[in-house]
Design a protein around this ligand. Structure first.
Ligand code: COS
Length: 388
């Protein structure tokens, strides 16, 4: 049976997240955007309320929430401010490979750190020369006795400047392409260097950093799963996190549509509120229907995970469609505001800037299409890496 009705618990969770977004995030969102202010006090409050680390299993102190519950939370918090939600949600990306494939000892130590205190972790995959083409990464991890020595540089690292530990992908066999990549946990105090904080177009309250590893030594036990299985761990991670990113895109789009709807009822041109003009009505109609479709795809991709099904295809459907919808809706919201939409004093200008990253991070819209095309043209069976 397919039933889109939320249970009382899901409804309550959604309301709690919405309340937090409305009272704690919205009032400061535009101000924080202006200067790129780090939202430390919001991180602490969200952590206290259990709105972070939702997917960490209960045995490690997390909420053990379903992916569907996560999607509900992510849409609401992103409706408040997607930049702040990127900061709050990043632990989910960094911990997904750990929950998926790390040893019991690593899970206890590093997931425990995040559930015992409002600390942050980062996911380090992208490099200056390896964006969409993950397999071309240059960071290396060389085994020396009971240690790995890591050298290299990672860029566009969310929360990179504030993380307590990092999930780092590095080449353990330089000649083996994607089959020579491994995943590690690198504690910040092992010697991670934060090189710079990026000054971004949108989502300015989130921290995006370039970090480097210069002969950083970590214990060999910090390997996540098996050596040279890191690429598949990264891909499986993105399958698990793209539904949440899709929900975030829905949150941005919903916020933009709400502003556009309210404005169109107030703004009078040609003697009537502009909502009376068909040109505006059609834009609103497209916004409403595409947001609904994006949400349903995000929900489906999350529910598949909760049911233990491989969701690669639907996850890319959701991420691609929701991200493109956020950008289109935010663009049309600026259009509804006319010239005012271009002015910082009005809210949709920020949403327009924030929406752009949804088509870029966690795989561009083109990479999602590439995944969709491959999965559609040549569907393949993918063996899951064994959990350590
Ligand atoms: N789950 C598990 N394994 C997967 C997988 C998935 N979703 N997708 C691919 N694989 C496996 C393949 O089965 C293949 O396995 P074999 O070694 O057994 O052949 C292997 O991984 C390589 O797959 P593929 O040939 O498709 O790799 P490509 O180098 O062509 O890259 C893309 C595939 C482009 C999809 C990948 O590099 C990607 O997702 N890039 C975007 C990265 C990204 O999102 N960056 C954002 C950073 S996080 S903010």
């Amino acid at each position: 049976m397919v039933d889109f009705t939320l249970t009382d618990e899901q409804q309550a969770l959604r309301e709690m997240a919405h309340d937090f977004a409305e009272k704690e995030i919205r009032p400061v969102a535009w101000e924080y955007d202006k200067d790129g202010t780090w939202p430390q006090e919001i991180v602490e409050k969200a952590w206290e309320l259990g709105l972070m680390n939702t997917h960490i299993p209960e045995e490690y102190g997390g909420a053990g929430a379903s992916y569907f519950d996560g999607a509900l939370i992510e849409e609401e918090l992103s409706w408040g401010c997607s930049g702040i939600q990127t900061s709050l949600g990043c632990n989910g990306l960094a911990t997904a490979p750990v929950v998926y494939a790390a040893s019991e000892e690593l899970k206890k130590e590093y997931l425990g750190r995040l559930t015992e205190a409002p600390l942050l972790a980062s996911f380090c995959l992208t490099e200056p020369e390896a964006g969409s083409d993950v397999a071309s990464m240059r960071t290396t991890a060389v085994k020396q006795g009971d240690k790995y020595v890591i050298n290299g540089s990672k860029c566009f690292i969310t929360n990179g400047g504030y993380a307590n530990w990092y999930t780092v992908y590095a080449k353990t066999d330089k000649d083996a392409g994607h089959r020579g990549i491994s995943a590690f946990i690198v504690p910040r105090d092992a010697g991670v260097v934060v090189d710079k904080k990026e000054d971004k177009l949108g989502q300015r309250a989130s921290n995006t950093a370039t970090i480097s590893f210069n002969d950083v030594e970590i214990p060999a036990e910090n390997l996540i799963g098996e050596e040279n299985k890191g690429f598949k761990i990264a891909m499986a991670t993105l399958d698990r996190t793209r539904p949440g990113v899709a929900s975030m895109a829905v949150g941005i789009a919903r916020a933009a549509m709400e502003f556009a709807v309210n404005y169109s009822k107030e703004r009078v041109q040609f003697g009537v509120p502009i909502a009376m003009h068909q040109g505006i009505q059609f834009m609103i109609a497209d916004m409403a229907s595409e947001i609904e479709a994006a949400r349903l795809l995000a929900w489906k991709s999350a529910v598949m995970l909760d049911n233990g099904e491989r969701n690669t295809l639907v996850s890319s459907f959701a991420k691609r469609f929701a991200a493109d919808t956020a950008m289109k809706v935010a663009t049309d919201a600026v259009q509804v505001y006319g010239g005012y939409g271009f002015i910082k004093e009005y809210p949709v200008e920020k949403l327009f800037r924030d929406a752009k990253i949804m088509q870029l991070y966690e795989g561009t819209s083109q990479i999602q299409r590439l995944v969709i095309a491959r999965e559609t043209l040549v569907p393949r069976r993918i063996e899951e890496p064994a959990a350590a």
